[in-house]
Design a binder for this molecule. Sequence first.
Ligand code: ADP
Ligand code: MG
Length: 140
Amino acid sequence: MTIENTLSIIKPDATKRNITGSINAKFEDSGLNIIAQKRLQLTKGMAKKFYEVHKDRPFFNNLVDFMISGPVIAQVLRGENAVKLNRDIMGATNPKEAEKGTIRNEFAESIEANSVHGSDSLENAKSEIAFFFAEIELVY
Ligand code: ADP
Ligand code: MG
């Protein structure tokens, strides 16, 4: 049994469509606890820094513009195997490939506007959480 924290971001396509509650229900119904959460408007600098690993990918500039196109909700999800569990709840990056019942299958608009971000490893979860939250903001 490994209790982990992972970073989630509800993306602008989802905040714009007012479906953040439906997305949070998916996390909570699967046993993840939302132990920190804040709504914010990313700046271009923040979005570029957050997605720095993708800076050489052809979709990078569009991704940054999309991520600053409206408010996002940064959140920390906590639970058993939270990193992998959250990736399973999210579904595949491309909603056409996302399994039924996953967030991206049900809510994503496209491979870019795919409603949620989730850390892909425990190591990345730690640095991504630190990007948005101070230790005292994680409440459980
Ligand atoms: P994930 O979010 O599933 O971890 P990646 O880390 O590979 O996926 O990509 C980061 C984000 O970049 C994706 O969630 C999506 O918003 C965007 N993206 C990924 N691949 C593409 C693509 N081929 N075209 C447009 N946007 C993409
Ligand atoms: Mg990723």
